[in-house]
Design a protein around this ligand. Structure first.
Ligand code: ZN
Length: 480
């Protein structure tokens, strides 16, 4: 029975090499992160996936608070007239807006958009909340879901409704707004690299790829194991693009009215997709300890033998007291082999086995999910041992992902080289800054400009596409 069960587990996951996209879908479904729903393009997050999102939220929310931000909640509906006020914004979002046209039996005099993002609502509220320079800055964030009528959807990567946070801030000066835009990019980078163990390319988007209505957009870009890019977070400096039409003004110290400078920034449940595709393997999910719903799972071996369950319970209590998220898997109708497979599939960073022989020696036997390395930890200092291992797993997961990223990133000096490189990873090249050259890369290779790194030291004199003088260093990749 146990043997057959093991075979079933292995059979269901398509190997990454064979079909990465199918592997992703298999892992998402088998790890029980989400389910499909009768609502077009919308997923249901199940407890395990939802818990990962909660842990991402908790971790980021603390960093937002530490950098002086407060949470608010705004309506999910936006009157059409508000959405029309900023031309570029409308143009960018109109094709994917879902509309409410009726309330009860009554046809509405004005359509209401289901928020695809909330810049215009925030600006409307800011115009009521800001009067004087003393009111500034306002640094707000909201956790909510938004809706974009996507044509094709994939769990966590692109769904019609998705969960995210959107930060919106207004400042007295252009300098402060720019500072905020870069500060939040750094907050994202630190969280995603240090906690999610995903190394990033950090930089500025091209005009073509920037947010609709922004003066400048910055992004953190991750590399998935198929070499494709995943935009993990963006921050935008709007300058006064929105605050002028929305009349978000303040009286400065000299008593004159001036427009506020505005930013916004967002990350979403896409990060769960990034975790899966940056770290997972043939056995399933591999979760970074920082957002694993269970950081360690305790499996009793020969549970019926005297003292085994008691020792497992004590170990669980000890770990919980130390703030470690732990699960004691005491299901007695499943074999240890089945449980090993299941917790590997679910990506639990550390497995602890405790059986009669371990108890005799006063130890627990562990196996790391990241390296499959096995060892023992003394039971009387189990929490310290587990904590040290979890820290090491975090470092190791980042290191492995970073080695992979470096091995799949290359400088390119011709379109031929670019074509080869974007098939396996990121290409770095010189770019003249013209949109026509970006379009040509897209047309030839289905790759897009990802971002311009802050280190703009030229690697060649000429644009990789048109051969004319170029002063911009750009990363290119195929993207999710
Ligand atoms: Zn060019």
């Amino acid at each position: 029975m146990a043997k057959q069960a093991k075979q079933e587990f292995v059979q269901h996951i398509t190997p990454r090499e064979e079909n990465f996209s199918q592997w992703y879908t298999d892992v998402v479904k088998m790890a029980d992160l989400m389910d499909y729903t009768p609502v077009r393009g919308c997923m249901a997050m199940k407890p395990y996936g939802n818990r990962i999102w909660e842990l991402i939220r908790e971790g980021m929310d603390k960093r937002f608070a530490d950098t002086g931000h407060e949470n608010v909640s705004l309506p999910m509906l936006i009157p059409e007239s508000l959405l029309m006020k900023e031309a570029e914004h409308v143009e960018g979002f109109a094709p994917e807006v879902a509309w409410v046209t009726q309330g009860g039996n009554e046809v509405l005099p004005e359509r209401l958009a289901i928020r695809p993002t909330s810049e215009v609502l925030f600006c409307t509220m800011f115009s009521q909340w800001v009067q004087s320079w003393r009111d500034l800055p306002l640094k707000y964030n909201q956790w909510c879901s938004v809706m974009r009528w996507e044509k094709t959807t994939r769990p966590f990567l692109r769904t019609a409704e998705f969960w995210w946070q959107e930060g919106h801030t207004v400042h007295a000066t252009a300098e402060e707004a720019q500072e905020e835009t870069l500060l939040m990019l750094e907050v994202y980078r630190a969280f995603i690299e240090d906690v999610l163990c995903i190394p990033l390319f950090t930089g500025q988007k091209s005009d073509k790829e920037k947010f609709a209505g922004a003066r400048a957009t910055y992004s953190v870009e991750a590399m998935m194991q198929d070499g494709k890019a995943l935009q993990a977070g963006t921050t935008h400096n709007f300058g006064t693009n929105f605050t002028e039409p929305f009349e978000v003004r303040y009286q400065n110290k000299e008593g004159q009215l001036a427009y506020c400078h505005e930013t916004s920034w967002g990350t979403s449940t896409r990060l769960i997709g990034a975790i899966i595709m940056a770290h997972g393997d043939e056995r399933g999910l591999k979760l970074p300890p920082g957002v694993a719903p269970f950081q360690a799972v305790i499996l009793p071996i020969a549970a019926h033998k005297g003292g085994v369950m008691e020792t497992c319970e004590e170990a669980k209590t000890q770990l919980q007291a130390a703030g470690i998220r732990v699960k004691l898997d005491d299901r007695d109708h499943l074999s240890p082999g089945w449980k090993f497979n299941e917790w590997e599939l679910k990506g639990v960073p550390l497995r602890l086995e405790i059986g009669p022989r371990d108890i005799e020696k006063g130890v627990a036997t562990y196996m790391r999910r990241d390296t499959f390395e096995k060892g023992i930890l003394p039971l009387n200092s189990l929490a310290e041992g587990v904590r040290a291992l979890l820290e090491d797993i975090t470092r190791e997961m980042f290191s492995i992902a970073n080695q992979f990223r470096l091995s799949r990133t290359k400088d390119v000096f011709s379109m031929a080289e670019m074509g080869e490189q974007v098939n396996v990873g990121y290409a770095r090249s010189m770019w003249c800054g013209r949109r026509a050259c970006e379009d040509q890369v897209k047309e030839a290779f289905s790759a897009t400009s990802r971002n311009m790194p802050f280190d703009q030291t030229p690697i060649a004199p000429d644009c990789v596409v048109c051969g004319e003088a170029a002063d911009k260093v750009m990363y290119w990749a195929k993207a999710y």
